[in-house]
Design a protein around this ligand. Structure first.
Ligand SMILES: NC(=O)c1ccc[n+]([C@@H]2O[C@H](COP(=O)([O-])OP(=O)(O)OC[C@H]3O[C@@H](n4cnc5c(N)ncnc54)[C@H](OP(=O)(O)O)[C@@H]3O)[C@@H](O)[C@H]2O)c1
Length: 294
């Protein structure tokens, strides 16, 4: 598929919308437009080296003749923007025109007013954590994108993902919420866990920066194990070795010195026992400390 004669409009010049504009402008579509309701946000796109991005001054100007439209706004604004677009484009033939939003948890149903007008609609979500535009421009390559929506939109989505050097996975609408929960566990909860570890270190007098640096090689080791094998095989530590004495000592220390983390530790240790059982045959009978009254 070659879409180089097509024009692209991106509504919302935040972290993902701006990165998308920059990366798609590198492909040399006929035109890439980036619109944000806050025109001041466009300066970074005006000045980005090596790409030509059109900065329209109104939503209508951005989308009126665009073949591919991305709604890169916060999730809470997607459905009202879809309504606004459908109203603004009333009377325009939308058949064959592609509209995608980029949310992980919401489905293409958010774009129903556009689908009703004949457009091809989908959700196309990069499974990536994008803290700023520069990081997003680097980080999108190699990412997985989930596609859900009108099968007619799939070839265009596949093309866009290939331009971004990503991988596409198809999802059913009813599975998107759990898919997004998995993303939150993997990305946000991982950071929460590392904060817990840093805080425990800081409680014994290691300064937070040093604690973070100390933990990074450990994290990298686990990450590299996970790159090679699945979680059962990657698992190490006292629980997989069936060492209840160590777990009991952790529980006592947490109870005495960091009681806020006791419940989280016990919950995660339980999940750890269940996983370790698949590797070393341990079960809850090996860990009476987890049933203690602490
Ligand atoms: N960042 C990530 O890690 C990430 C990863 C995967 C997917 N996504 C998805 O990508 C989408 C955008 O996320 P983001 O993090 O890039 O958001 P963001 O940085 O907050 O940027 C959104 C931009 O859209 C603008 N906007 C909102 N409503 C608008 C409207 N009606 N017309 C024009 N501009 C409008 C916002 O302006 P105001 O500031 O004035 O509201 C803001 O500049 C979301 O659906 C999100 O779930 C994000």
């Amino acid at each position: 598929m070659d879409l180089s004669d097509k024009s692209v409009a991106i509504v919302g010049s935040g972290r993902l919308g701006s990165a998308l504009a920059i990366l798609l402008a590198r492909y040399k579509f006929r035109e890439v437009r980036a619109y944000d309701r806050n025109l001041g946000k466009q300066q970074i796109l005006r000045e980005w080296p090596g790409v030509a991005i059109t900065i329209p001054t109104s939503l209508q100007e951005a989308v009126l003749t665009a073949d591919l439209v991305f709604l890169a706004v916060q999730d809470r604004y997607i459905s009202e923007l879809a309504l606004e677009l459908a109203a603004g484009l009333r009377g325009v033939d939308l058949r064959g025109r592609f509209f995608a939003h980029l949310s992980g948890s919401l489905t293409s149903a958010e774009l129903q007013p556009l689908a009703d007008a004949g457009a091809l609609t989908c959700s196309l979500h990069p499974l990536q954590s994008l803290a700023d535009i520069e990081g997003a421009v680097e980080g999108l390559a190699g990412s997985y994108f989930s596609f859900e929506g009108d099968p007619g939109a799939l070839p265009v989505a596949e093309f866009i993902v290939s331009v971004l050097n990503g991988h596409l996975v198809q999802l059913k609408a009813e599975d998107k919420v759990l898919y997004h929960a998995a993303a939150v566990v993997s990305s946000n909860f991982f950071i929460v866990l590392e904060e817990m570890a840093i805080s425990l270190m800081s409680g014994i007098g290691v300064d937070r920066d040093t604690a973070r640096q100390m933990l990074l090689p450990l994290i990298r080791g686990s990450f590299e194990n996970l790159e090679r094998v699945d979680p059962v095989a990657a698992l190490t530590g006292p629980i997989v070795r069936g060492d209840d004495h160590t777990v009991a000592a952790h529980l006592v220390a947490l109870h005495d010195k960091c009681p806020d983390y006791l419940a989280a530790y016990r919950l995660l240790a339980g999940l750890n026992v269940a996983l370790a059982g698949q590797k070393s045959g341990v079960d809850f009978n090996n860990f009476p400390s987890l049933n203690s009254s602490l």
